[in-house]
Design a protein around this ligand. Structure first.
Ligand SMILES: C[S@@+](CC[C@H](N)C(=O)[O-])C[C@H]1O[C@@H](n2cnc3c(N)ncnc32)[C@H](O)[C@@H]1O
Length: 264
């Protein structure tokens, strides 16, 4: 039995990498010292959980933002995770030789890449022959608040417009399969699935919504929204609606995600 056999994902409001666990554990069983790269790792919460699943493996988290990597390093150190390295880099020019990793994954980052095909070609280039790339992205236009939170639905439309205004793609989940094919992977090597984000518990609503009241009233999102003619008063109403939604025991948010695993 491999060290990591039978490992279950941590209890979180929603697990963002469940679709890739069988692939990861299968590869770890064959090679306990596998190498994994998480591109656009952000604050590293997923990267750290993946590193925990493969204690014998070596995990690298890469992000274009140096500031966020500093907090990722602190999180990993505080949690005593030693098989992880964080480094700064741009997905369009990855700083690794060809065939460096057994698995290359990315979560909710492709939606931010300005050239999807070039970025995915880079993911493929740094993956070993026979290795896998694993991608998961949300389809923002399927996001839905319940029950009847029209103000938050409106706020979410603003979130989408701000994301698009910064060059982001709204429905990256449904684009994944095509972009992976455009990057040269044959259809028969691609497994595409869908899953649902659901935040419907007190912890989940706090995890998802907790930072939005502040973001609606100050910082980059609020500034961009004002530039898009959303009034400060409306943003205050969004902030109040987020707080109400977080405390509402009946409330939930759901969004469809697209997932692709491709053997390269
Ligand atoms: C929405 S966050 C996702 C973070 C993390 N993967 C998660 O799901 O929690 C997107 C991340 O992609 C990073 N990113 C955007 N463009 C990038 C690029 N060209 N190369 C590498 N990372 C990039 C951003 O800095 C940000 O941390």
């Amino acid at each position: 039995m491999a060290d990591n056999e039978g490992v279950t994902p941590p209890r979180r409001a929603t697990c963002h990498y469940e679709y890739m666990i069988p692939t990861l554990l299968d590869k770890a069983q064959k090679n306990p010292n596998l190498t994994l790269l998480d591109v656009g790792c952000g604050s590293g919460s997923i990267t750290i959980e993946l590193a925990r699943l493969v204690p014998g493996g070596q995990v690298t988290g890469l992000d274009i933002s140096g500031a966020i990597l500093e907090s990722a390093k602190v999180h990993a150190e505080r949690q005593g995770i030693s098989n992880i390295t964080f480094m700064k880099g741009d997905v369009h020019h990855l700083p690794f030789p060809d065939g460096s990793f057994d698995i290359v994954c990315t979560h909710q980052a492709v939606a931010h890449f300005h050239d999807h095909t070039k970025a995915i070609k880079e993911l493929i280039r740094v993956t070993k022959k026979g290795g896998a790339i694993c991608l998961r992205e949300g389809d923002l236009t399927t996001g839905k608040f319940s029950p009847g939170y029209e103000l938050l639905d409106e706020c979410f439309q603003t979130i989408i417009k701000v994301h698009e205004g910064q060059g982001g793609t709204s429905d990256a989940g449904r684009g994944l399969r095509r972009w992976v094919q455009d990057a040269g992977v044959l259809e028969e090597r691609i497994t595409a699935t869908k899953s649902l984000w659901i935040y419907d518990t007190p912890e989940g609503r706090r995890e998802y919504g907790g930072h939005w009241p502040a973001r609606c009233t100050q910082g980059i999102f609020a500034e961009r929204a004002v530039e898009m003619d959303v009034s400060r008063e409306r943003l205050e109403e969004y902030a109040v609606a987020w707080k109400k939604w977080i405390e509402d025991p009946e409330a939930s948010f759901s969004m469809v995600h697209g997932e692709v695993i491709a053997v390269v």
